[in-house]
Design a protein around this ligand. Structure first.
Ligand code: NAP
Length: 289
């Protein structure tokens, strides 16, 4: 029996099921509107986890009618060569979205490379133009993991307006954009990080706790209030498989809703990449008509 199976099923937010709904809706849209979205993925080097992630994205895409092309660059690729590859994809009118799979080999600067991606093809929402738009509340591409978390909360019937939300972790990929999105949905947001004093004093007051740290047992049962919603973004690889940041079986006893790892936030991240790709395609098609 897995940890997830030990918990009252009504408490579990099933990311696979919600992502499945989103993907089904997208497949329908692609078919009905005769869309032909095309996603380009750039994979630099031989990181095994990155290869798995790109394969998963390719598989989901093909299941719903999104074409993908993977551009593989070797471990020794220079920053200039990477920029040239991105530039070529920016100019390629057949490509709607560009995904630069992270992490890059250590000699490459990811922020410089991401800043080269054309904002209209930046389906990961990490380019500083899209980041700036998000922070100003303007329409643009939003990073897939925080976007997926908001979608998961909404589709699980969780009220964001007026909720006290605590986000643990302040990366540009997850924590910061998520804090901004929760605030835009009228939650009151506290953003915690490694220098936060007495993390539990904040998490104990929260109606919604999101942990995006990458350290198992960052959130334990004594840190959450009865009835809180707990979203676990963390992924740590252990000999026994993937684990999140949350002490799942103990926290689940107090939480009203909780996401498992795996099968919580992860599938939503991929579903939102697909949604952003379809949006990029529709917007570009409108421009050229
Ligand atoms: P990151 O860039 O390493 O950021 C980690 C954040 O956690 C930092 O802001 C850091 O604070 C904070 N932190 C570290 N130790 C802490 C502590 N003891 N207490 C409170 N905060 C602490 O990581 P990331 O890219 O945001 O990813 C976070 C985790 O989510 C990773 O496990 C990653 O694999 C996972 N992830 C999952 C998905 C998914 O789809 N499921 C997507 C993206 C990421 P400082 O800023 O002070 O250093």
């Amino acid at each position: 029996m897995t940890m997830t199976e030990l918990v009252n099923p009504s408490k579990i937010i099933d990311g696979n099921a919600v992502a499945g709904q989103v993907l089904e809706e997208l497949a329908k849209k692609i078919k009905q509107e005769s869309l032909a979205p095309h996603l380009a993925a750039i994979l630099v080097g031989n990181d095994p986890a990155s290869k798995i992630y790109v394969n998963m994205k390719q598989k989901r895409a093909s299941e719903i009618g999104i074409k993908t092309t993977v551009f593989r660059l070797n471990d020794e690729t220079s920053q200039e060569k990477l920029h040239q590859a991105i530039h070529d994809l920016n100019m390629n009118s057949d490509i709607d979205g560009i995904l630069l799979q992270l992490p890059l080999p250590s000699h490459l600067n990811p922020n410089r490379a991401i800043s080269i991606i054309h904002p209209e093809k930046d389906v990961d929402g990490l380019n500083y133009i899209n980041s700036g738009k998000l922070h100003m509340g303007l329409a643009g591409f939003i990073p897939c993991t925080p976007l997926g978390i908001i979608e998961l909360l909404k589709r699980s019937g969780i009220t964001l307006e007026g909720a006290n939300a605590v986000v643990v972790g302040r990366s540009n990929l997850v924590g910061k954009p998520l804090a901004r999105l929760l605030e835009q949905h009228n939650a009151t947001v506290t953003l915690c990080h490694s220098k936060t004093k007495s993390l539990e004093a904040f998490t104990r007051m929260a109606d919604i706790v999101v942990s995006a740290v990458g350290k198992p047992k960052t959130i334990t049962a004594n840190m959450v209030k009865e009835g809180a919603v707990v979203i676990d973004v963390g992924i740590t690889r252990t000999p026994n498989g993937l684990v999140g940041d949350v002490d799942f079986p103990m926290v689940a006893l107090k939480a009203s809703k909780i996401t498992p790892v795996p099968g919580g936030v992860g599938p939503m991240t991929i579903a939102m990449l697909m949604r952003n790709t379809v949006t990029a395609h529709v917007l570009r098609r409108r421009e050229t008509q």
